[in-house]
Design a protein around this ligand. Structure first.
Ligand code: HEC
Length: 138
């Protein structure tokens, strides 16, 4: 009896988290995007791109601060597409397709349904895009 209640509470909390988190940050959360972009076990954009305040920046891909100077607010879909799947613009790119692949699905999340994983990926891509736009102010 008691176990069943705890289980039900856990499921309710999980469902709430899955619904509430994307609702809170509709436009994307630049801080979370920064963590995803600069971290090593995560998207690791720094392995190819230059970012501010990185001690040993990579230069095998364009400097994203420079790149973002060329994008206005109205170009958000284009920037998003680059992060989601750069192959649309360059079929031979070696930039990983972060949206189309499961690179933004982390340990433990493989068990979620395809739909839940897609939501997490969409949210994380939005956060990364928000972070890229925040570079315009630097
Ligand atoms: C394996 C290397 C690699 C990684 C990792 C990588 N990129 Fe790229 N990216 C590139 C290359 C190379 C290009 C230049 C275009 C091309 O060659 O396809 C590029 C292009 C871009 C562009 C478009 C630049 C323009 O000229 O408009 C954006 C935006 C971008 N990357 C963002 C990111 C973000 C954000 C991440 C991390 C989530 C990331 N990249 C991770 C290699 C990488």
């Amino acid at each position: 009896m008691e176990k069943k209640r705890v289980f039900r509470m856990a499921i309710t909390a999980l469902l709430f988290a899955l619904v509430a988190i994307p609702m809170v940050a509709v436009a994307g959360d630049a801080k979370n995007g920064e963590k995803l972009a600069l971290g090593r076990p995560v998207a690791n954009c720094v392995s190819c791109h230059h970012f501010p305040k990185i001690e040993f920046p990579s230069d095998i891909a364009p400097d994203l601060v420079e790149v973002m100077k060329g994008y206005a607010e109205k170009d958000r879909d284009t920037v998003r597409q680059w992060v989601y799947d750069a192959r649309k613009f360059n079929p031979d790119t070696f930039m990983p397709p972060y949206g189309a692949s499961k690179l933004l699905i982390f340990k433990g999340e493989e068990k979620l349904s395809a739909e839940e994983q897609k939501k997490l990926i969409d949210k994380r891509v939005d956060d990364i895009v928000e972070f890229l736009y925040s570079l315009k102010k630097k």
